[in-house]
Design a protein around this ligand. Sequence first.
Ligand SMILES: C[S@@+](CC[C@H](N)C(=O)[O-])C[C@H]1O[C@@H](n2cnc3c(N)ncnc32)[C@H](O)[C@@H]1O
Length: 284
Amino acid sequence: MVDATVGQGGHSILFGRNLGPEGGIIGLDVDKDSIQGAQSNLKPLACKFILLHANFSQIAEQLAAHHIENVDFILADLGVSSAQLADAETGLSFRTDMPLDMRLDKRLTTTAADIVNKTDEKTLADLIYKFGEDRASRRIARFIVQYRQKQPVTTTGQLARIVSSALARPGKKSWRRIHPATRTFQALRIAVNDELENLEKLLAAAPSLLKKDGLIAVISFHSLEDRLVKNNFKLNGKKGIYDILTKKPIRPTPEEVTANRRARSAKLRIAKRKQVAEKTESPL
Ligand SMILES: C[S@@+](CC[C@H](N)C(=O)[O-])C[C@H]1O[C@@H](n2cnc3c(N)ncnc32)[C@H](O)[C@@H]1O
């Protein structure tokens, strides 16, 4: 199997316990620290495993480099881990003050601070609208540009306060259920890490990497990702490539959400690779 987002190995350990010595896991992650954590966490497993500091958009190239033609299972648990959210170096959290970075892969060269301080107002507003789906994107972008004329935005705390002040309605309680900066932070994280493009590449590569009856399972945490997964499965369903096993996404139970609040927005979709009819040579 490929665990395309191996993290510290939580899912891989659970699957790996059911694999004998003939089974194997190829784990990918863009975060070097996560790969190092997984390396020691997976050691007790009986199965083989290879852990690669690599982007899942490169899944086909990575498997080819390890002479693996096809697999039984591809799992992707998108987004970020709780460890990354808490890590000051990753700079993702608006609840504590951290350098405004957001790169999961430190080989990337553009940080969230670069985008926030160097992008023109209209492009910034478009980005917050497209990747954060925030209807107040223009006002937020205007507040950011006004702020950075005086000093650069360098921390997550500064950005969270700018967005909060852009959305504040004096004397009125916020109607938003979530922190006002949630959508802006989501937009920047998607932009910095090219999240949607990478997911599209993974979804495009999957059919040619799965064996017949092989499964692809994707857990997404926001509607932009879920839409890509849903549409890809639907299209491949129409083409006779996939059987969709989840007509509706699988959602966490209330017990799971109580135990792990971050699971509340998770949606799991699964598809099964169908046999593709082999092309017969024309007798003519
Ligand atoms: C929700 S966590 C996965 C947790 C893991 N399933 C576990 O059980 O421990 C998501 C992981 O995906 C990684 N990630 C995000 N985008 C990636 C990409 N394009 N390629 C590879 N890994 C990615 C993140 O670095 C993070 O470690």
